[in-house]
Design a protein around this ligand. Structure first.
Ligand SMILES: C[S@@+](CC[C@H](N)C(=O)[O-])C[C@H]1O[C@@H](n2cnc3c(N)ncnc32)[C@H](O)[C@@H]1O
Ligand code: SF4
Length: 358
């Protein structure tokens, strides 16, 4: 099940620690770890591969420099697990494994969701808010209402990932009119056969039609609406990478090619291309970049912690700002800055070398 390569090298302390990093590195990290900016520099009609970032990371390792991010007052990205329920069972996704775990399949309480949105509206309405998690957001029948609520509160960077199979006309209309700013449709294949293999679904053609229609309808409504399509590069679809890029380039705003990762061992390494080849470890960008709220309102720090077992706060009791600037986050960041990675979940992580993945 696991790849232990990471553990063998993860405790090495970097040879040089510098805060003052060259311009290209700063730019790279800003783009890689703080997400695509909601600005005109957002790359249109291009292919975006996380492997490019990996090459840059390798370059940084050669110079012996280490990245230490700055803590911002408020998280640049907030992800809210609106639901962990899903209509698919993709082979690369832990959802299929965890759906049997008692209490896993849940929705966040709408009142808790609104409390989160209200604070973002007051503190930082322009940060990226992603109201989805380890499930299919459109499985919630009120997803459009949740988007509309946030939009009406003044949030300007609302972003969803969806498998697209439920993106039917009436829902597309409500999402677009409700104020969604960005959508990523996860596709992973260029043919129905490969789609069936990876996403275990026969809905490939419907999904492609849904996505093409969304692109057309969103552009007609609002030219600022961004639509990306993604492909998690893995052994079962690598032969279709070019076909996928060719088909979607010029249609979607960004064709996103992601590397396969193991969700810190929740799925096996069958699809993995990259090995953890770095000699030393950087502080994990997630601790500076995002704030993740589990369906039960508890705040986790890691995208791979699907079960919500590593908790830094409770959004029902405290504000985002209190938790983000609080002792638990501070201590964990310090371990990463010190290069000790003493927290066991981080110490044993098999995915730390992967750049940001959603
Ligand atoms: C967990 S899904 C949730 C949203 C929605 N259900 C969907 O499929 O887009 C979010 C993203 O994670 C990606 N993902 C799932 N497992 C992955 C893995 N092992 N490696 C890389 N990305 C993965 C999916 O392809 C999708 O783009
Ligand atoms: S990748 Fe998305 S659609 Fe596939 S099982 Fe995971 S949550 Fe569901």
């Amino acid at each position: 099940m696991s790849s232990n390569i990471a553990q063998n090298i993860s405790n090495a302390i970097p040879p040089v620690i510098k805060n003052a990093v060259p311009g290209f590195v700063k730019k790279f990290y800003r783009e890689v770890f703080y997400g695509p900016p909601a600005s005109p520099s957002y790359k249109i009609n291009g292919t975006h591969s996380f492997r490019k970032e990996r090459l840059l990371m390798e370059k940084l390792h050669k110079t012996g420099e280490r990245f230490i991010p700055t803590v911002l007052d408020f998280p640049p990205t907030i992800r809210i697990e609106t639901t962990t329920r899903c209509n698919l069972t993709c082979t690369h996704c832990p959802n299929s494994v965890l759906s049997d775990v008692e209490g896993f399949l849940e929705d966040i309480d709408t009142g808790v969701y609104k409390k989160i949105i209200d604070e973002v509206a007051k503190e930082a309405p322009h940060i990226r808010v992603r109201p989805f998690g380890g499930g299919e957001p459109l499985f919630r029948k009120d997803m459009e209402d949740l988007i509309r609520y946030a939009h009406e509160k003044g949030l300007t960077n609302l972003s969803l990932n969806t498998n697209g199979t439920l993106l039917v006309k009436s829902r597309r209309k409500k999402l677009i009119e409700g104020g969604l700013n960005h959508i990523e449709v996860s596709i992973d294949a260029a043919t129905p056969e490969t789609y069936l293999k990876i996403r275990q679904s026969k809905l490939f053609n419907r999904l492609v039609e849904n996505t093409l229609s969304y692109i057309e309808e969103a552009k007609a409504h609002d030219s600022d609406n961004k639509i990306d399509v993604s492909f998690v590069y893995q052994k079962d679809n690598q032969h279709e990478l070019e076909m996928f890029q060719e088909f979607w380039t010029g249609k979607a705003d960004v064709v996103l090619i992601r590397d396969y990762h193991q969700h810190n061992n929740l799925v096996d390494d069958h699809g993995r291309h990259n090995q953890q080849s770095f000699k030393y470890r950087h502080p994990c960008p997630y601790l500076w970049d995002r704030f993740i709220i589990h369906t039960n309102g508890l705040v986790k720090f890691c995208e791979y912690d699907w079960k919500g077992e590593h908790i830094l706060g409770d959004i029902r009791k405290n504000t985002i700002k209190e938790i983000w600037q609080g002792e638990n986050f501070r201590k964990l960041r310090q371990m990463h800055v010190d290069g000790t990675f003493d927290y066991p979940y981080c110490k044993n992580c098999v995915d730390w070398a992967e750049p940001k993945w959603w």
